[in-house]
Design a protein. Structure first.
Length: 281
C-alpha cells in the first residue's frame, strides 16, 4: 500500500511540475521568446524535456549549464543592396534579395554559419543560406532567391544569422515585400542583369589606315625597314625582271600601291620602244 502511494505521489508531482500548458509547440515558442531567439527549437525542446516540460525549470537549466560556455559571434546589418529595393513585385514572380552584413565583433565567425529564416512569411523553398567565415571587420553580401505570394498585399519575414550549434546572433534582418499587379521589381532586376552582362561596344579598326593607332606594328616592321633601306639608296630603276621597281617620293613610308611590277611599269615600256627605233634607224 505504501509503494502505491509513493508511486501516485510521484505521478502527481510530475504532472504538477509541467502545469501551465500541455502544448509543446507553445512551450518551445515561449522558451525562444524569453531567450531572444538565441536557441533553436531543437535546443529548447531538449531543455524542456529534461525538465518535464516545465518552462521555468528549463530556463534555469539553460542559464546554469549553457550560458557561461557560449561566446556568440557578432553581426551588424550594413544595408539592403537589393536591386530595385522599395519597388513592388507582381504575384508569383521570382526576385532576389541581397543584404550586406559585417562581422562587428572581435572574433572570426566559425565555419558553418548561415542566414536562417526564423519568423513570418517565408517566400522561398529554402530556410537557410550558407555564409563565408568573416574575420573581424569584414563585410559580405548574401543573396536569396524568392518568389512573391500569389495574392496582393504586404508580406514580411525575419532572417537571422545562426551558428553551426544552433545559436542565433546579430541583428534581425527584415524582408518586407509589397505584392502588386503593377509591380516592377522583377523587370528592374532583369534589366540590371542584362546591362551587367552586355559586352562593351568596340569600333572596328581599318588595318590599312596608316593613321590608325590600333595598327599592328609588329606585322609591318619588316616592310617599313625594307622601304627605309630603299629610300636611303635612292633606287629608281631595276636591273632584272625579278626586281621590284619603287618610285621614291619623300621620306615618308611608301603606301602599298607604290609597289609596281616590271610588267606594269610604264618606264620599262618606253625603254623598249626607244631601243626598237634605234635598231630600225
Amino acid at each position: 500500500m505504501g509503494d502505491e502511494d509513493n508511486e501516485l505521489d510521484g505521478k502527481l508531482l510530475q504532472q504538477f511540475s509541467s502545469m501551465g500548458t500541455t502544448d509543446k509547440e507553445v512551450l518551445i515558442a515561449e522558451f525562444q521568446k524569453l531567450l531572444g531567439d538565441q536557441l533553436n527549437a531543437a535546443g529548447c525542446a531538449f531543455f524542456l524535456d529534461m525538465n518535464n516540460w516545465n518552462l521555468q525549470a528549463a530556463i534555469c537549466s539553460y542559464y546554469d549549464f549553457e550560458q557561461p560556455s557560449i561566446r556568440l559571434p557578432s553581426m551588424s546589418f550594413v544595408k539592403d543592396v537589393t536591386v530595385g529595393e522599395g519597388e513592388s513585385v507582381p504575384p508569383n514572380t521570382k526576385f532576389t534579395k541581397t543584404w550586406r552584413l559585417q562581422n562587428s565583433g572581435d572574433d572570426s565567425w566559425p565555419p558553418g554559419c548561415c542566414l536562417k529564416f526564423c519568423y513570418g512569411d517565408q517566400m522561398t523553398h529554402i530556410d537557410r543560406v550558407m555564409s563565408v567565415s568573416l574575420s573581424p571587420g569584414q563585410v559580405t553580401d548574401i543573396s536569396i532567391d524568392m518568389v512573391s505570394p500569389s495574392k496582393t498585399g504586404i508580406y514580411q519575414g525575419q532572417w537571422r544569422m545562426i551558428t553551426p550549434s544552433g545559436c542565433y546572433f546579430g541583428e534581425v534582418i527584415w524582408v518586407i515585400i509589397n505584392v502588386d499587379e503593377a509591380g516592377l521589381l522583377a523587370v528592374t532586376q532583369q534589366m540590371s542583369r542584362f546591362e551587367f552582362g552586355r559586352p562593351s561596344a568596340q569600333n572596328p579598326s581599318n588595318p590599312f589606315d596608316v593613321n590608325s593607332s590600333k595598327i599592328n606594328h609588329s606585322d609591318s616592321s619588316e616592310l617599313t625597314g625594307a622601304v627605309d633601306t630603299i629610300h636611303s639608296q635612292g633606287v629608281n630603276h631595276y636591273n632584272n625582271s625579278d626586281q621590284v621597281v619603287l618610285h621614291p617620293t619623300s621620306n615618308q613610308n611608301l603606301p602599298l600601291h607604290s609597289f609596281i611590277t616590271p610588267e606594269s611599269s610604264p618606264k620599262s615600256s618606253n625603254v623598249e620602244e626607244e631601243n626598237q627605233e634605234m635598231m630600225i634607224s
